[in-house]
Structures are given as C-alpha cells and as structure tokens.
Design a binder for this molecule. Structure first.
Ligand SMILES: Cc1ncc(COP(=O)(O)O)c(C=O)c1O
Length: 401
C-alpha cells in the first residue's frame, strides 16, 4: 500500500480541528436559528452562541467583542477595511501606502481604488523581506490616510515590525490596517498593543471552517467608522449586512479558544520540526537557500529555493505523495514568478526554484522526515537532467548567461 499523503500546505488552508467541528455541528440541525430572530428560543440560542464566539475571538486578540465584524473570509475583510476607509476618509486625503509583498487581496483592492482616484505607494522590502521603517516614515505624506502592512507574509512567513510601524503611524496620525491572516492563532497578535486600527483574518488558516473571517475595527481611541460595502439589514453594527453564518462563527470561536491555550506549544513543536527539515535540506543538497529573515519568521513556515530547478516541476514530480505550494501565483494559463520573492530581489534562478512548506498542528515527525527524503530525491533527479546545472558545476558563470 502507498504511504499516506503528506500535507505541508497549511498556509493555503488548515484542516478543521475535530473539536471545532464538534462545536459547530449542533448549529446546523438541533439549533438552526437565525441570530437576528428575536422572537423564539432558536434565535436566542443562535445569538447567544455568536456572542460567546465573538468573545472567544476577542479574548485571543485582547480586543472587545464589539470591535469585530464577521465576514466571509479575510479577502472580504480586507476589501471592507481598505475600501471602507477610503470611502469614509478620502475627503481628508487619497493616499494609501502598502507593501509590494502583500497578498493579492490587498494589492488588487488598492488597484481598484486607484481607478477611482486613490494614489497608492507600494513600498519595496529589504532582501530579508522586512520593511525598512525609516522608508515608511519618509513616504507618509500629509494626504496619507491609510498604511496597510501584512503582519506575517503568507509565502515566506516573515513577520513585520508591527510595533515600530504602529508607532510611526500614530506619530503621523495615519490609520494602520494589517492583514494578519497568517499570524492570528499562530503567534501572539494584539492589534491594540501595537497600534493597529483595523485587522483582517480568517478562520480557515487557524483550524476553523472555510468561508469565515473577521475584521477588527478599533472602537476606542480611535473610534473608526468605515463605510459598509455590503448593504441590507444593518447587521454587524451596519458594517456588514447579511445573515450571520452561525455554525462557522461558533467554529471560529472554538478555534480561537484552542489557539489561545495551545498556540505556544504548537509553535515550539513546529519550529523544532521546521528547523530539522531545513537542516536536512541544507545538509543534503547544494545551492539551497532559505527565503526570508530566518529568525523573524512564523515558526511553521519554510520557503526554500532550489537553484536552477523549477519549483513547479519539482512539485509536479511528487504531487501525489506530498502537498506543498510553489512561490508562484498561477494566473490564467501563465505561471508568474512570486511577486514576493521578486520584491526581495531574488534573481530568476532562485525565484523560479522556490517552494513553500507549511507545517501544521497535525503534522507528524515521520511525515517531515519522509517529505525531506522525497524533496532531496526530486531535486537530485531534476539536476541530473539539467544542462544549466551541468554548466554551473563546470564553473560557468550561469547568472550572466
Ligand atoms: C496573507 C493572506 N491574506 C488574505 C488571504 C485570503 O484569505 P481568505 O481565503 O479567508 O479570503 C490569505 C489566504 O490565502 C492570506 O494568506
């Protein structure tokens, strides 16, 4: 029998924790109420469950429950934050600052706003993926209304200096929004503590259900008013209309509660496993490189470049056995190299050779060991077939070719 499939693509999505599923199930059948129904026990119980979940998520982030707006995921939360701020505050200014290494949910939302008059500065990052905060400081203008910074990068795991960024934004009187989708539930995240005013995140990256997310909107010092992007019914304090997804909200809350108690233990175990995996790669292969500042990363993420190999080709070789992700974003028929690694200044040989390995709560030691053997075998095999590798080994300066 074939050994079971190894899943190292937890940054794409995490499996639902069985404890989360168990908490959700009654809200599909036994308690099927609409949380907005005020006239019967089904409605009361649904509302009660939503309130509990809201508080569980608020506790994880040290915020207040009323500062959360439930959405269909981080993409919607990001759209609501950036478009909502622009609509509410563009009379003050039309300038937004973000990073070149953001997720497409932020970049494409900014591109959309550019079409209606916004001016967006896309800041570069340093070679290690970190933002130079002095550069940010220099680029904030009197008409800047919003800075949007990805808390932890989805491809490399690099964690931005949010406290310093928050400090600068406070000094300059600019709103700070963060896409914290990959950080929440994995590392301690407390937006108030670092001066983040709006923060988007998602249940399915933290062992909760897919299609469920939230936006934190500061309601105290400062109280922020964002324009709703979905109208009808006035749910979520008028910021996001639509019947609440009660089972998923319950699951989101349970996932947050579990993260609060188990996050540190998970992180320590996964960092250990990740470091062992990287040591095996670096010892077992030539011309391998860790992408992103190695000491300021999410503990479960490893983005590696195998020089002179196409990550896509390598991945295809073992895709039946091992699930990972390439640094490349697939847009229609063309494979584009990762905009994140390009922004970090990697040349094509390194960029195209990137793969992202993301471990998770259910990853086992033996799976990581097996994965490392599969990858090493794959890289060695492809290099044997590679003329450019042969030239490189013969001492030709291939980067200049
Ligand atoms: C950093 C980041 N932002 C936003 C998203 C979008 O999240 P969702 O799938 O909940 O819309 C993702 C998911 O891939 C992500 O990794």
């Amino acid at each position: 029998m074939n050994p079971p499939f190894i899943y190292l693509d937890n940054n794409a999505t995490t499996p639902v924790d069985p404890r989360v599923l168990e908490a959700m199930l009654p809200y599909f059948t036994a308690i099927p109420g609409n949380a907005a129904s005020r006239n019967h026990p089904y409605g009361w119980k649904a509302k009660e469950a939503v309130d509990v979940a809201r508080q569980q998520i608020a506790d994880l982030l040290s915020i207040e429950g009323k500062e959360l707006v439930f959405t269909s995921g981080a993409t919607e939360a990001i759209n609501l934050a950036i478009k909502g701020i622009y609509e509410s505050y563009s009379r003050k200014g039309k300038h937004i600052i973000t990073l070149q290494t953001e997720h497409k949910a932020v970049l494409d939302t900014c591109k959309r706003l550019e079409k209606i008059g916004a001016e967006v500065t896309y800041l570069p990052v340093q070679e290690d993926g970190l933002l130079d905060v002095e550069l940010l400081k220099a680029r904030i203008r009197p008409d800047t209304i919003l800075v949007s910074v990805l808390w932890a990068n989805n491809e490399t795991g690099v964690i931005q200096p949010m406290k310093d960024i928050g400090h600068i934004c406070q000094e300059k009187g600019v709103f700070l929004m963060s896409d914290a989708t990959q950080a929440v539930g994995k590392i301690p995240v407390s937006p108030k503590e670092v001066g983040v005013h709006l923060m988007a995140f998602s249940a399915h990256k933290m062992y909760g259900p897919k299609g469920m997310g939230a936006l934190y909107v500061s309601q105290r010092q400062p109280k922020i008013k964002i324009a709703a992007q979905i109208d009808g019914g006035g749910h979520e304090n008028g910021m996001r209309s639509g019947t609440l997804n009660v089972p998923s909200i319950v699951g989101f809350g349970k996932a947050a509660m579990i993260a609060k108690t188990e996050m540190q233990r998970d992180a320590e175990r996964l960092q250990d496993l990740r470091d062992q995996f990287e040591a095996k790669m670096l010892n077992g292969l030539e011309e391998v490189k860790i992408n992103g500042e190695p000491n300021i990363r999410l503990p479960h993420v490893s983005n590696l470049s195998f020089r002179f190999i196409k990550g896509e080709t390598l991945m295809a070789r073992f895709s039946e056995k091992l699930g990972v992700s390439s640094g490349a974003a697939c847009t229609s028929a063309t494979l584009e190299p990762s905009h994140v690694l390009q922004a970090m200044g990697l040349n094509d040989y390194w960029t195209y050779g990137a793969l992202r390995f993301s471990l998770g709560r259910f990853t086992k030691v033996e799976e990581v060991e097996r994965a490392s053997k599969i990858v090493i075998e794959g890289v060695q095999h492809l290099r044997k077939l590679s003329p450019i590798w042969e030239l490189f080994k013969d001492g030709v300066a291939v980067d200049d070719l």
